[in-house]
Structure formats: C-alpha cells, structure tokens
Design a protein around this ligand. Structure first.
Ligand code: TYD
Ligand code: MG
Length: 456
C-alpha cells in the first residue's frame, strides 16, 4: 500500500524565492527563517497560449513607436499626486505598503471618497462594511459613487468588477485575497502572486488603475510586499513611528515618475492631514529660551529641505560601560561622530553616556545632519546653548573635515524662510552660487572651527 504523497514547495516570504526543501537562510535575499511551506495545487496545469498567439506581437523599431503621454487621474491629495509623479496613471497597478495600523486604509479611503468623477470599487478583506462606514464618517466625507464590498475570493471579486464596472479599483489588502485555483491559504506567497497577477492582467486590459494595499510584518508570517515589487508599476511605502503622528509616504519604485519625492502627512482625529510645510514638525515644539543640547539642522528628504531639531544629552556614565541610545539617527554614524569629536576636537566622550533624539519621530538618513548632531552633543557636554535662531548643515568626515552637502541653496533658503538668522555651512559649498540670501552665513571647513564659532 503506498501512502498518499502531497507535493509541497518552500517559498521565501520575504523575496518569494522557491526552494524544493527547507533552508534556514534564504540564498536569494539572505533573510533568516523566512521559508514557509506550501502545498502545490493539483488543479489543471496552466500552459502558455498556443503558437497562434505569436502572430499578434511584432517587433517594432524604437523610432517607429508612437509616443503617447499616459492618461493621469488627479488624486485629491496633492502629496499623493506628488509621490505618484503627477497623478495615478490609467491601467497602472500601484502597491501601498506599510506596517499594520500605520494608516494605509485611511489614506486610500480618504482619497477615493473625494473623487467624484468616476465609480470606485473598494474591496475590503479586513474590515466589515459598517467598520468602513464608521471610518468614512470619521473622515467626514459621504460619497455616492464609491462602492464597498467585503470579499476575499478573487473569482467573486472579478464578478463584482464585471457588474460595477469601476473606474478605479482598490484591494485592501492583497494578503487577504485568495484564488480558488490554488490550495494554499490567503497570504501565502503563491496566493499573493497569483492574485496580483490576475489584477495586473485586469488593469492592463481594461485601463482601470488598481491600488493594492499590502502589509509588511517583521515576522514574515504574511508574504512580504517584496514578492510583489516586480509585478506592480509603483511601490509606495507609508512609514512612520506609530507613537508619533507624522507619516511619510515615499515611492520605492515608480515606472511613471521619480522616486525622490515624498509626501508628509499627520494623523489627526479626522483622518490624515497633509503637511505641506514639513518644518512645522520642528517649529511647533520650540521653547522660549535657548537650551543646551539642542541644535537645528537642515535636512533634505527626497527633494524637500526641512529643518529638524537634534537633541542630545551627555552625562557621566553611571556604570562601567557607557550607554549610547539613539532614536531617528543611525547609531553607527553616532559612534563615528563621537570618535571624531574625541580625536579631532579633544572631548573625552568615551566615558560618557550619550543619548540622541531627532525630534518629531522622524528617521533621518541625510549625512548633512552630522554637523547639527555633533554640535548638539558638544553643547550638552559643555552645557552651553546654541542660539535657537542658528542652524547647521554639513557632513562630518573622519578627519573632522566638514564636507559639502547637496542642494545647499535650497537648504539656506528654507532656513531663511523660517526665520533663522544664522546658518553654518561647509566652506566652498557655495562656490559659483550668487550670495543673495536673507540670512547670515558662516562657513567652516573643520569641526574645530565649528566648535570655536559656536562655543567661543
Ligand atoms: P488604518 O488606516 O486602519 O491603518 P492600516 O490600514 O495601515 O492598518 O489606521 C490605523 C490607525 O489610524 C488607527 O489606529 C486609528 C488611527 N486613525 C486616526 O487617528 N484618525 C482617523 O481619523 C482614522 C480614520 C484613523
Ligand atoms: Mg487597513
């Protein structure tokens, strides 16, 4: 008697790689413990169309292809349009990814409720219609042309599409959808791939844009949106610290625009509010007096300059090993800056506890914030305040040199616009640029020079 054999295959839940057997570390993306087992479907094998289909495609010279500008649907949120590269392209498949609870459903719902020009179908696999209604009421926008259906079966969704004939389709979320042709459960790599592929086909054939919402989890229990990255036209990531109210929407991939722009939102009682002036993140928290350990830096996120506050606290280590604690800044970079300050500026920081925080819950990767961070640390260390109306920008190199930063004019203009009176910048950064700024500029080429300027 032969036992029934069930054929299974292993998928990496992070990158989607297939493997015939379990492995601890995915050989493709290098993540640990991401392999999940899935049963292979016994359904009829899908084969490629017969060769008669070949006749429909024909190679064409590039110069002979007619260039047509793609039709774009203007979304109600300007920040969203900006990240999409000027609106939602007809027939495109867009993925909005983010951790659970960050506000993806709110962002999409808020936008589609304000679109009056087309019929929208919102498929929810996560919340009931009354839950969505409650949220819509909270956002405060009734709409007659937005239809909501709670469904998780791909086949039935296609039937609903057939009857509603939407001009925009939203799937919330792709991990809850499942096709009956596959045996594996919703959220598995093969289901996510299969559902996304049929939605892609629908989008391309009908010209209807499709927005997919996808969760990213650290445990890898749901198929990560990485699996989808090469299927979709654009991947937008919604991120932020859920303890703070600010959210950043950035494009990781966009076939119809650049990926350097980003949108900033604030989660309020009544939905998301656009933050068109990001520096308010900083300015709303200002105190009246100058405090030691606080400096203002000019950073650039995407193409937009804005001011952020670096807060540092340096104190004598209470225990043998000094503590280093950082939020919003790279901890390796902090250690590098501490080493530079010790070696080049002569401050004994190796025996001190150092705490660093970027105000507002933002994560900053811009090296131009180095100078502000280093100054905040020194300011706390010697307990001397840097005036609130002074801001700093510059990258600190290993030998203590202050290196030039990108888009210096934009940074200076932003600082001037927000009422700063002084700005410290790298020397020679303004070469060839007309000095017509409404702010006093101090140029430094070494960290020692900056120390003398700030604390002399
Ligand atoms: P949600 O859009 O459900 O997140 P996701 O779809 O990414 O899982 O939003 C989750 C959080 O947003 C929820 O904890 C409550 C908060 N929220 C507000 O603060 N204000 C609002 O107006 C709404 C609708 C949600
Ligand atoms: Mg949601």
């Amino acid at each position: 008697m032969s036992a029934m054999k069930i054929k299974t295959v292993w998928h990496c839940s992070s990158c989607g790689m297939d493997s015939p057997k379990w492995v601890g570390k995915c050989p493709s993306c290098g993540e640990w413990n991401t392999m999940v087992e899935e049963r292979v479907s016994r359904g009829p094998q899908r084969t490629f169309a017969p060769s008669s289909a070949i006749g429909s495609s024909k190679p064409v010279a590039v110069s002979a292809i007619e260039s047509s500008s793609e039709e774009r649907i203007h979304m109600p949120s300007e920040e969203l349009n900006r990240v999409l590269g000027g609106g939602l392209v007809a027939g495109s498949l867009v993925l909005i990814g983010g951790e659970p609870g960050i506000g993806k459903s709110t962002l999409v719902l808020q936008n589609i409720l304000s679109i009056k020009s087309r019929t929208i179908l919102y498929v929810s696999g996560e919340e009931s219609a009354s839950q969505i209604k409650m949220r819509a009421d909270r956002i405060g926008r009734p709409s007659d042309n937005c239809f909501i259906v709670c469904e998780t079966s791909m086949e039935r969704i296609m039937e609903h599409i057939e009857s509603v004939q939407p001009g925009l389709l939203v799937i919330d979320s792709i991990q809850t959808m499942a096709s009956q042709t596959l045996e594996s459960s919703a959220g598995s790599v093969s289901q996510v791939r299969e559902c996304a592929a049929s939605l892609l086909k629908y989008a391309k054939e009908s010209g209807v844009p499709v927005i997919l919402i996808g969760h990213i989890t650290k445990e890898g229990s749901l198929a990560g949106p990485k699996v989808l990255e090469h299927i979709v036209d654009a991947v937008l990531q919604f991120e932020g610290d859920s303890r703070y109210m600010y959210r950043i929407l950035r494009a990781i991939k966009n076939r119809f625009g650049n990926t350097s722009d980003l949108g900033i939102y604030e989660m309020c009682q009544r939905g998301l509010r656009e933050v068109s002036n990001p520096s308010e993140i900083l300015l709303s928290h200002r105190e009246d007096e100058d405090l030691s350990g606080m400096t203002v830096g000019v950073t650039l996120e995407g193409m937009r300059p804005f001011l952020v506050e670096a807060q540092a606290l340096v104190s004598t280590a209470a225990y043998g090993t000094p503590q280093r604690s950082v939020t919003g800044f790279d901890s390796k970079r902090l250690n590098m800056l501490l080493a530079v300050l010790e070696k080049r500026a002569g401050f004994k920081l190796g025996v001190k506890d150092v705490f660093l925080n970027i105000a507002g819950g933002l994560k900053v990767n811009d090296p131009a914030l180095d100078l502000a961070v280093a100054s905040a640390i020194l300011s706390s260390n010697i307990d001397m305040a840097v005036p609130q109306t002074m801001c700093l920008t510059g990258e600190v190199g290993l030998s203590g040199e202050i290196r030039p930063v990108t888009r210096i004019e934009q940074r200076i203009n932003e600082a001037a616009r927000l009422g700063m009176t002084d700005i410290v910048i790298p020397r020679h950064n303004l070469k060839g640029v007309e000095r017509d700024f409404n702010i006093k500029i101090h140029e430094v080429s070494k960290i020692e020079e900056a120390v003398r300027l700030l604390f002399a």
